[in-house]
Ligand binder design. Structure first.
Ligand SMILES: *[C@@H]1O[C@H](CO)[C@@H](O)[C@H](O)[C@H]1NC(C)=O
Length: 143
């Protein structure tokens, strides 16, 4: 048990060190992970379309889009593991990924299409998936 515990401590320190640039969102394999994203809605007219994509936000729309809304509801999503659980009408478009896997790690783009030239709200968010305690110890033994 001891070597496994020590390795986990070292990993934790490594992750904490990396977190300083941009603070990635931590996820654990098999659990839900939520990427926060909001925009200001003061009036119904402010409600607008948005997309989530993988990779950083490109100059327009989302590259590798995974989910779209018409402002009021999700119109299309690439996987039933992607949910918007927040109140869309209040501008909460946070993305929840159900049953996270290691492959879900990486950068995501939240793009809110605010009308007008170059007005879009773009946020690049990073997910770091940590393997659970058990699977991590198992992978150490296998390696
Ligand atoms: C994960 O999210 C889904 C979809 O909202 C929900 O049904 C499920 O209960 C959540 N699981 C956990 C462990 O929170």
């Amino acid at each position: 048990m001891a070597p496994c515990f020590i390795l986990q401590r070292i990993l934790m320190v490594l992750f904490t060190g990396l977190a300083e640039s941009g603070s990635p969102v931590r996820g654990v394999v098999g659990q839900n992970v939520t990427l926060p994203c909001k925009y200001p809605v003061n009036h119904q007219n402010d409600i607008t379309t948005m997309c989530w994509g993988r990779g950083s936000c490109p100059p327009s729309q989302c590259s590798q889009p995974i989910l779209w809304t018409d402002g009021w509801r999700v119109t299309e999503r690439q996987s039933s593991r992607y949910y918007l659980e927040g109140n869309l009408a209040q501008g909460d478009v946070s993305l929840t990924i159900v049953n996270a896997a290691e492959a879900d790690g990486g950068v995501y783009c939240c793009r809110v299409e605010i009308p007008g030239w170059f007005n879009d709200q773009r946020s690049n968010l990073e997910i770091v998936i940590e393997t659970g305690e058990q699977s991590f110890c198992m992978s150490v033994r296998e390696g």
